[in-house]
Design a protein around this ligand. Structure first.
Ligand SMILES: [Mn+2]
Length: 324
């Protein structure tokens, strides 16, 4: 599934006709969301537009992403009055815009740039390609046709999306194309080792200790291949870790031999349980997440459980998982 060239042309005209633009991404943003928002924001600023960028609160970069260029574009959603043109990146549906959803759906033009297979095409213009490994891959491929130019700072942002969404070029979404784009971004000045040190050697001691605690309580069920663990709010407080630092926490469950599906149940501050799911390439976890009211990719997905306790949420998930 490629991107419709007519849609790219329409997006190009909208950008050319606009003096200002708001660039947004999804709640609980990850490396691809940060890289897409800031990379595209910088491209648009370079094209002469007045750019504001945001995502649902908290609009803060986790420590390991603080090196990213373009932070000065960020503004709190409370101070945002979207009108004219909004561009949403890495955002599968308008509901993922959280408190920004209502205001966004009222603007004249929404360009929706994303790679989630379950994207709801909520834009007035949709540049969606589920074959792309990251949203930053689409931004790289389409920049020229959108009338946008890249520089070193933008290359750093786009590489960040690529290296995080592909699990450092090792997940099943990694293709020869991914490496070709990465190579070109490196030629533009993205430094793989520097970004590795910032992102993947960027954990605080508190975060490492929280990881140790989580792994020590993980449960593995060989019959279903499910490895799972619950993380209560109290634990975040005890270890001094913010929720927005925990997007990659589940990766520590994924090195387990013989597992098929990893599930991390995180208690939110409203008491509900958000479930992050990851699977090996032969297991489709996106369908499971969608049947439970969430969404995502084939091997990386999530949802928020309406059940009141971890035990109930676990049973709910197991009911959707088909044993191999
Ligand atoms: Mn992504």
């Amino acid at each position: 599934m490629g991107i419709n060239r007519g849609e790219v042309g329409r997006a190009n005209r909208l950008i050319e006709e606009s003096d200002s633009v708001v660039v947004l991404s999804h709640q609980n943003p990850d490396g691809d969301a940060f890289g897409s928002v800031l990379g595209l924001g910088l491209m648009l600023r370079g094209a002469g537009l007045n750019v504001k960028a945001s995502w649902p609160d908290p609009v803060e970069l986790p420590l390991k992403y603080e090196f990213l260029p373009g932070k000065e574009l960020l503004i709190s959603p409370a101070d945002l009055r979207p009108q004219g043109l909004v561009i949403a990146v890495d955002c599968a549906n308008a509901g993922r815009l959280g408190e920004l959803e209502d205001a966004v759906l009222k603007v004249d033009n929404i360009i929706n740039i994303d790679h989630h297979p379950d994207n709801s095409l909520f834009g007035t213009v949709n540049l969606v390609d589920a074959a792309a490994s990251a949203t930053t891959e689409i931004l790289y491929e389409e920049a020229d046709d959108l009338g946008l130019e890249l520089d070193r700072d933008i290359a750093v942002c786009l590489y960040t999306g690529l290296v995080t969404d592909t699990g450092r070029f090792q997940f099943s979404n990694t293709s020869a194309e991914t490496f070709r784009i990465a190579s070109e971004l490196v030629e533009m000045g993205a430094e793989p080792n520097r970004l590795y040190e910032e992102i993947f050697q960027g954990d605080t001691l508190s975060y490492m200790r929280l990881t140790g605690e989580m792994v020590s309580r993980a449960v593995f069920e060989p019959e279903t291949g499910l490895v799972h663990v619950f993380m209560p709010q109290e634990e975040l407080r005890r270890f001094g870790v913010e929720m927005n630092e925990t997007e990659d926490l589940i990766d520590s469950l994924r090195t387990l031999r013989g597992h098929r599906i990893a599930a991390l149940f995180k208690e939110q501050d409203d008491g509900r349980i958000r479930v992050s799911l990851r699977s090996r390439a032969d297991t489709d976890i996106g369908t499971v997440a969608r049947s439970l009211g969430g969404g995502g990719h084939r091997v990386a997905a999530g949802y928020t459980s309406e059940k009141g306790s971890f035990e109930e949420a676990l049973q709910e998930l197991k009911g959707e998982i088909v044993a191999p």
